[in-house]
Design a protein around this ligand. Sequence first.
Ligand SMILES: Cc1cc2nc3c(=O)[nH]c(=O)nc-3n(C[C@H](O)[C@H](O)[C@H](O)COP(=O)(O)OP(=O)(O)OC[C@H]3O[C@@H](n4cnc5c(N)ncnc54)[C@H](O)[C@@H]3O)c2cc1C
Length: 254
Amino acid sequence: MARAAVPGRLTGRLAWRAARLVDVAVQTPAAHSLTFEVPGWPGHRAGQHVDVRLTADDGYTAQRSYSLSAPAAGSHVEITVQRVDDGEVSPYLVDGLEVGESIEIRGPVGGWFLWRPADPQPVLLVGGGSGIAPLMAMVRERRRTGSHVPFRLIYSVRAPDDALFADELRHPTSADGGLDVSWIHTRVAPAGDPRPPGRITLAELAAHGWPADFTPSCFVCGPTGFVEFVADALVTLGHDPDVIRTERFGPTGG
Ligand SMILES: Cc1cc2nc3c(=O)[nH]c(=O)nc-3n(C[C@H](O)[C@H](O)[C@H](O)COP(=O)(O)OP(=O)(O)OC[C@H]3O[C@@H](n4cnc5c(N)ncnc54)[C@H](O)[C@@H]3O)c2cc1C
């Protein structure tokens, strides 16, 4: 039986839209921020993601999800893609797609992993690797709206050169007052850093995060193993599981 179309929905966020690449910002050799022009884009909230669809000449299609790494700006949509070397879609997005070419995008998707500027609670963001992408949209949305909600960001990367949005996070503007950034390096620490390289610990989450009785909103994003460790650790530290929002990007830890 054919399903009836729901007016205003299948032409809305469920519709595939042509998305033309208009700008590329090289974050690292393996990760690029891609800005697309998407006519008719309905807007989005910080933390949401999109579905991306690639179609080969023979009609074969591949579809993946990517977080929006910047707030809505008219018809412009930014995602930040980290290349997975043996992957099907991410190497093409990072190395193959050229400015002026088009793919398809559907969204925005997601109603739970969201930060709204009107939310008064302090915010704890914990990101691993490319899991910084939706958290960066929240940091930028806070800046864009002039919010004074205190943010603490803990960002785990393998080495200093692997950090995405490094300049923006290391050199905050006056509009970022109240944003506190802590860095975790898992494999290579910057010269002079007294912390030896290693994975984030419960003690570091306690030291760089908020006490549980401040009832912060917690957003955790990154590889599956990272997210599960951090979410469990936050519960151990007394945070209510209901205020811990998680987004898992991939199957592996590290
Ligand atoms: C809601 C959501 C939001 C996401 N947002 C982003 C984002 O903002 N930026 C981003 O770069 N990615 C993001 N991802 C991950 C993205 O959807 C793809 O999974 C990733 O780009 C790999 O796709 P691929 O086709 O290149 O690899 P695939 O062909 O799917 O996989 C190839 C191999 O890599 C492994 N693999 C797949 N994904 C990962 C991963 N993330 N890390 C390590 N190994 C992996 C697979 O197990 C397989 O062995 C998001 C995922 C979800 C579910």
